[in-house]
Design a protein around this ligand. Structure first.
Ligand code: ADP
Ligand code: MG
Length: 276
């Protein structure tokens, strides 16, 4: 991949929106693959009991496979569950199995129930540039664990009529977690997904999102593309399934934007009096 700046410290990005079907999982896996193809080391944490991110990455996640459930509930090390993603160098996945469906309830009685994921990530010694966490479509303890574990929230928004409805609840949760558990939490990135440039509605929604969220909205929109929706059934991201497709190119571009925005500000030129 092209030489993009690698972050100085691991960037943990929480992909959240309690609405289902807005492109959380699709964005997680395709951005992760794009970042890896740009030369980064990337871990995807699948926090959705459906395990769609695991499926899309071609990762075995049948009921017996050691998974993020074991990490959150049983206190197993992340290193015991992480698998390398076939075909994409530098990309890894902590899979979700169906066990995770019970975790929302089981976590209630676990010690430090909000910070299980944070502890697991801190104990994981592998050098990583990015960790992307794919959240379930709810704001329960799994999503809270994600919001406690990272600094950056990435919200995919589908450009449809009720796009902004329900986001208030997510924003309030982000504020609550920031206030009580994780002062560094902020909404760093908004990605417009399934964008159809031919419709007036899409551009209206995009304008509305941009006026609401300003700079955090990526200038790259992800177009609606059949190739993007086909890829998961082959256990692939669109980056390997159809690398030249508009979907693949837009995720690569979105990844580039994210990498460049997160890059440390270049050192200003040394003041003249210090330069000799
Ligand atoms: P979520 O994780 O928020 O529930 P998904 O990523 O699973 O959402 O996406 C919902 C559905 O929309 C899936 O069937 C997915 O294949 C499809 N989809 C997502 N992004 C695109 C896109 N850019 N073009 C076409 N289909 C898409
Ligand atoms: Mg999903």
């Amino acid at each position: 991949g092209a030489g993009l700046p690698r972050p100085e410290h691991t960037r943990v990005m929480i992909v959240a929106n309690q609405k289902g079907g807005v492109g959380k999982t699709t964005t997680t896996v395709n951005l992760a693959a794009s970042l890896a193809m740009h030369g980064n080391r990337v871990l995807v944490v699948d926090l959705d009991p459906q395990g769609n991110a695991s499926t899309a990455l071609g990762i075995d996640h049948h009921a017996e496979v050691p998974s993020i459930y074991d990490v959150l509930i049983e206190g197993r090390e992340l290193s015991e569950v992480v698998q390398a993603v076939p075909d994409v160098e530098g990309l890894f996945c902590a899979p979700a199995t169906i066990d995770l469906a019970g975790a929302e309830i089981e976590l209630v009685s676990v010690v430090a129930r909000e910070s299980r994921l944070k502890r697991a990530l801190e104990a994981y010694q592998q050098p990583l540039d990015y960790i992307l966490v794919d959240c379930p479509p709810s704001l329960g303890l799994l999503t809270v664990n994600a919001l406690v574990a990272g600094a950056e929230v990435l919200i995919p928004i589908q450009c449809e009529y009720y796009a902004l409805e329900g986001l208030g609840q997510l924003l309030r949760n982000v504020d609550l977690v920031r206030g009580h558990l994780n002062p560094s939490l902020h909404i760093s990135t908004i990605v417009l997904t399934m964008y159809d440039s031919r419709t007036r509605l899409a551009s209206q929604v995009a304008d509305e999102v941009r006026s609401h969220f300003g700079e955090s909205v990526l200038s790259t929109n992800i177009p609606r593309s059949v190739r993007v929706s086909e890829a998961p059934s082959y256990g692939q991201t669109v980056l390997t399934y159809d690398p030249g497709s508009t979907g693949a190119l837009s995720y690569l571009e979105a990844a580039r934007e994210i990498a460049l925005r997160g890059a440390p500000v270049p050192n200003p030129a040394a003041p003249a009096e210090n330069s000799h």
